[in-house]
Write a new protein. Structure first.
Ligand SMILES: Cc1cc2nc3c(=O)[nH]c(=O)nc-3n(C[C@H](O)[C@H](O)[C@H](O)COP(=O)(O)OP(=O)(O)OC[C@H]3O[C@@H](n4cnc5c(N)ncnc54)[C@H](O)[C@@H]3O)c2cc1C
Length: 534
C-alpha cells in the first residue's frame, strides 16, 4: 500500500478526481491505482478565491511500490503500514478487581482495555448516566439548580460530553488511531479517521459513551453511577482499599490493590482528600481567560472569501497565538465553530464557562477561549493546591459579579476602551445560563486581562474583524487544564503504590484523545505489573 501525500484538488472533487490526481502525483495513469482510501483530508484556504482540498491516500497499485516510493521524498510518497492496536499480555495475578474512579475518556478507555483483558473492572462515577445527566445539565441551565455531582464536568463520559467533541491532539502516539477507531466503532462518524479537524459534536457523543459503557459491561465490567470516591486506605505505602459514597449517601468500603484515578480537572474535593491522605502532588502550569464570540458568518467570510457559505466547507475554524516580547502572551483554545458558550460550573456559587457545539456546527456565533498561561512561579503560595485556590477565587468573583450563574460579559469595544459594558450590541452572547453586561477585569488578574487585550489586537491582524467592537467576551474560562499534578513514577504509580493517577485531572493529559491514550497506557501498566507485597 502506498501513502501518497499532498494531493491537491478543487472543492467538490469526486473520488475519481482524487484517484487521477493521486496517479498524476506519482507520474502514472489512473488505471494503475486499483483502489484507495482517504487517510487525511484538509482545507487549503490560503487563496480565498481558489480554495483547495488536500488529501493523503493509501493506494493499492499494480506497480512495484518500493520502486515508486524510492523516486519520491520520504514525506511525499512512502510504503504505508497499517496500525493495529494489540492488547498486551496479562501478567496481573490478583484476586482483586481493578477499581477505576471516573468515567471520562481516561476512565472509559482504561475500563475498555481491562474489560477486554478479562479483568472485570469496577468503575465508580460520581455523576449520573448520560441520560439523567443531560436532564441535570439542562435543568441547571434553565433553573440555576446545580447538581454538584452531575453537571457539565461530572457524569458519564466526563467533561467532554457536553463539548464540541474536537479530537485534535498534540500528542504523537499510535494509540490515538485506536482511540478514533474505537469512537467510530461506537457510533462516531467515519470522517474523524481522516479529517484534519476531527470532531463528533455533543449530540453524537452522548449515544457513543452509552454504547461504549454497554460493551464494557458485556465484557464483564461494571459501572456504578452516583458513586463518589471519598477515601483511601493504605499500609506500608501500598493501597489496601477505598471508601465511596453511593447515590443514597451511604458509605461503602472496598478492598482492592489497584485503583486508577481518572477523576478529571474539576474534582477538587477528591484531590483535597487524596492530598490529605498523603499522595504526593505538585503545582502545574495551567491557563485562564475568557470565551470570545463573533458572528460565524464573519469568520467564514474572513477565512473562506466568496466560498463563505459553501456547505462543503462547513463552519470555519481558527487557531491563533500571540507571543509579545515579554513572553506571557495569549492563545486561542478549544474553538467551537457555530457553537455555544456553556456554563460549566460544578461547585455551588462558582461560575465558569467553556464551549460546545453540535455536530452540524450551525449556530449563529463562533466562540473560542482566549487564554493566558499561569506558571507555578506566578502564584506566590507554594502549596501544591494553590492553583485550585486561584481558580476558586476567580470563579467566585464571577458568580458575585454575574447574577447567580449568569456569567459576567463585556463587548470587545468596551473591554479595549477599559469601560464596563451596560448592554450588548449586534453579537448576542450565548452563555447557557445567561450573560450580564459588566467589566471582566473585576474577575481576572490584570496580567491575564492585559495579555488578552494584546492578543485580540494581534489576532485582528491575522483575521480582519477579530477586534470588532460588538464581539463579546464572557468570563471566566478557568478550567482549561489541571493546576495540579498527582506525581507518578515510571510504572505510572502514585506515591501510594497500586494507585495509578491518569488523565487530565492527574495532570498528564489535556483533551479527550490524550486523556483516553493516558487511560489506555495506565491500564496496560496494570496488566503488565503488580506490587510484590500485596
Ligand atoms: C465544556 C467542555 C468542552 C470541552 N471540549 C473539548 C473538546 O472539544 N475537545 C477536547 O479534546 N477536549 C475538550 N474538553 C476537555 C476534555 O473534556 C477533557 O480534557 C477530558 O474529558 C479529560 O478526560 P478525563 O477522563 O481525564 O477527565 P473527565 O473527562 O474530567 O472525567 C473525570 C470523571 O471523573 C469523575 N469523578 C471525579 N471525582 C470523582 C470521585 N471522587 N468519585 C467518582 N468519580 C469521580 C467525574 O464525574 C468525571 O466524570 C472540554 C471540556 C469541557 C468541560
Amino acid at each position: 500500500m502506498l501513502r501518497i501525500n499532498e494531493i491537491s484538488v478543487g472543492l467538490g472533487a469526486s473520488a475519481e478526481d482524487i484517484r487521477e490526481a493521486a496517479a498524476k502525483q506519482i507520474g502514472v495513469s489512473a488505471g494503475h491505482i486499483l483502489r484507495f482510501e482517504i487517510f487525511r483530508e484538509s482545507i487549503d484556504s490560503r487563496q480565498k478565491n481558489n480554495i483547495r482540498m488536500i488529501y493523503s491516500v493509501n493506494a493499492e497499485t499494480d506497480l512495484n511500490e518500493s520502486e515508486v516510493a524510492a523516486r519520491f521524498l520520504p514525506n511525499k510518497v512512502f510504503i504505508a503500514e497499517t496500525y493495529r492496536y494489540e492488547l498486551p499480555a496479562v501478567r496481573r495475578n490478583s484476586a482483586f478487581r481493578p477499581v477505576i474512579v471516573g468515567f471520562g475518556p481516561a476512565g472509559m478507555f482504561a475500563a475498555y482495555i481491562l474489560a477486554q483483558a478479562g479483568l472485570s473492572p469496577l468503575v465508580l462515577e460520581r455523576g449520573n448516566d448520560v441520560d439523567e445527566r443531560t436532564r441535570d445539565v439542562t435543568g441547571f441551565w434553565t433553573s440555576g439548580r446545580l447538581n454538584t455531582d452531575s453537571n457539565v464536568q461530572f457524569g458519564e463520559g466526563g467533561a467532554g460530553t457536553f463539548s464540541d467533541g474536537k479530537l485534535t491532539t498534540g500528542i504523537k502516539d499510535e494509540r490515538c488511531r485506536y482511540v478514533l477507531e474505537t469512537f467510530v466503532k461506537f457510533g462516531a462518524p467515519e470522517q474523524i479517521l481522516y479529517s484534519s479537524h476531527p470532531h463528533i459534536g455533543t449530540d453524537r457523543l452522548k449515544p457513543l459513551v452509552k454504547n461504549m459503557r454497554q460493551e464494557i459491561i458485556r465484557l464483564g465490567g461494571e459501572v456504578r453511577f452516583g458513586c463518589k470516591l471519598t477515601g483511601i486506605y493504605a499500609a506500608n505505602g501500598f493501597i489496601q482499599g477505598i471508601s465511596y459514597e453511593d447515590k443514597a449517601g451511604s458509605q461503602h468500603d472496598l478492598e482492592t490493590d489497584c485503583v486508577l484515578l481518572c477523576i478529571g480537572h474539576s474534582a477538587r474535593d477528591t484531590v483535597d482528600m487524596l492530598y490529605r491522605a498523603g499522595l504526593t502532588m505538585e503545582k502545574k502550569a495551567f491557563s485562564v481567560g475568557v470565551r470570545i464570540e463573533h458572528p460565524q458568518e464573519m469568520i467564514n467570510k474572513a477565512l473562506f472569501g466568496r466560498f463563505w457559505n459553501d456547505p462543503r466547507l462547513g463552519a470555519a475554524n481558527y487557531k491563533f497565538a500571540n507571543h509579545p516580547p515579554h513572553g506571557r502572551g495569549g492563545y486561542t483554545f478549544c474553538m467551537c465553530p457555530g457553537g455555544t458558550v456553556v456554563c460549566a460550573s460544578s461547585e455551588a456559587e462558582m461560575t465558569v464557562v467553556n464551549g460546545m457545539s453540535e455536530y452540524a456546527r450551525d449556530g449563529e456565533n463562533a466562540n473560542a477561549a482566549i487564554l493566558v498561561g499561569i506558571e507555578p512561579e506566578h502564584i506566590e503560595d507554594g502549596h501544591p493546591l494553590a492553583g485550585i485556590r486561584l481558580q476558586r477565587e476567580i470563579e467566585r468573583k464571577a458568580f458575585l459579579l454575574g447574577e447567580r450563574y449568569a456569567a459576567p460579559a463585556q463587548t470587545v469595544g468596551d473591554f479595549l476602551n477599559g469601560v464596563p459594558s451596560k448592554r450588548f450590541g449586534a453579537v448576542k452572547p450565548t452563555c447557557t445560563t445567561g450573560a450580564v453586561p459588566g467589566d471582566i477585569r473585576k474577575v481576572l488578574p490584570a496580567a491575564v486581562t492585559d495579555n488578552i487585550a494584546l492578543a485580540i489586537a494581534a489576532f485582528d491582524k491575522k483575521l480582519k474583524g477579530y477586534a470588532m467592537p460588538e464581539a463579546v467576551l464572557t468570563a471566566p474560562e478557568s478550567r482549561s487544564s489541571s493546576p495540579v499534578r498527582i506525581v507518578r513514577d515510571e510504572l505510572r504509580q502514585a506515591s501510594v503504590k497500586g494507585i495509578f493517577p491518569c488523565g487530565e485531572g492527574a495532570g498528564y493529559a489535556g483533551g479527550i484523545v490524550s486523556a483516553a491514550v493516558d487511560g489506555i497506557k495506565s491500564a496496560e501498566a496494570v496488566l503488565l505489573d503488580v506490587p510484590d507485597d500485596c
